[in-house]
Design a protein around this ligand. Sequence first.
Ligand SMILES: *Cc1c(COP(=O)(O)O)cnc(C)c1O
Length: 403
Amino acid sequence: MSSEPNDEEYKHIETKVVHSGEPSPRILGSVSIPIFQSAMFETGTGGGAYHDIRYIRLNNTPNHIALHKKLASLEGGESALVTSSGMAAISTSILSVLRKGDHLLAQNCLYGGTHDFVTRNLEQFGISYDFIDANDPRTWEEKVKPNTKAIYVETMTNPLLEVADLKSVVQFAKSHNLVSIIDNTFASPMNFRPPEFGFDLSLHSATKYLNGHSDIVAGAIIGKADLVNKAKQLLDHLGGSLDPHACFLLHRGMKTLALRVRYQNESTLKIARYLSKHEFVTKVNYPGLDEHPQHRHATELFAGCGGVLSFELEDGKEVAELFLNSVTIPIVAPSLGGVETLITIPATTSHSGMSPQDRQKLGITDGLIRLSVGVENPEDIINDFEKAFARIREQVPMMKKIA
Ligand SMILES: *Cc1c(COP(=O)(O)O)cnc(C)c1O
């Protein structure tokens, strides 16, 4: 029989994803945590505080507790909380940090749901906001107000994979007494750990890399204990808790996070390099490429650049659609971070709600393709792309670069 586990002994993230937060002692010796599919738990007659009653909505059943410990350990945060979706983590965090009369600084290129929450819903809570260019710290000072309480950024933007000046964000927040919040979904704890870097709250759509298997929707809040606790108290009332069965699936998915993301980092760099040399591709957006404008910054901060890239084809929309109709391994579907490679055209899917002018301003052209690389062999994906390009060569004989 092995001795009692001690989380302090788990030095590396590969060990933490497997062992941190596991019940101790193991429940009836069970190697994999059982699913506690019970809405409520026996209290006895002693009574206690409302938030301490064990109840699924209060996110404090054994499946939640194990996940919270594991998530906090992965990013070096004091505390963590799972939520019913990434958006539940984002909206609850923002509303728990800001009150009526407060002001938020937010990065100008945000995940669509977050952008809409900020621009359409904050006003009804009496919270105002300004957008900032997260790569130009000199312009932030003029946007900060006496009532500014928080600064909100994303580790890498979607779909252009821009990397903000994250060091300056943390410094700026500290010097202005702001709560710093980052959406770390795209990096995952494998590639970047915001609490270790000085961020107050790190948010995830656990739907993506943390779960990794495209079969649940979930979210996570990791960071300072007092802030996570404030978010929990609000979540208890808003009701965005995670069901125990989804907790179990997330827990199981997370155990292979290190293997998946490391492989996806390598595969995506291979595919990015292949695409950047292809005659039909006019641009590849991936921070791992030397020519990416924030490449040096990204390699300094991140262990890897993740599994998402985007690229542009010459001649725009029709050719991009022909490409998507010609590939056989990538599935044409939204979302990212799973084991299957997924491919989309942001202008007609995730960003179709934006006006063409706004898309143009951000640099999201009609021919831009976003790829979320799964765990297939990258050589097979590259061969698949070769065949799709051959079809384009056949069907679009007027393409300029054809001799
Ligand atoms: C998907 C996503 C979200 C929203 O997460 P859900 O789990 O769909 O609610 C938020 N931020 C980023 C960066 C995402 O990719």
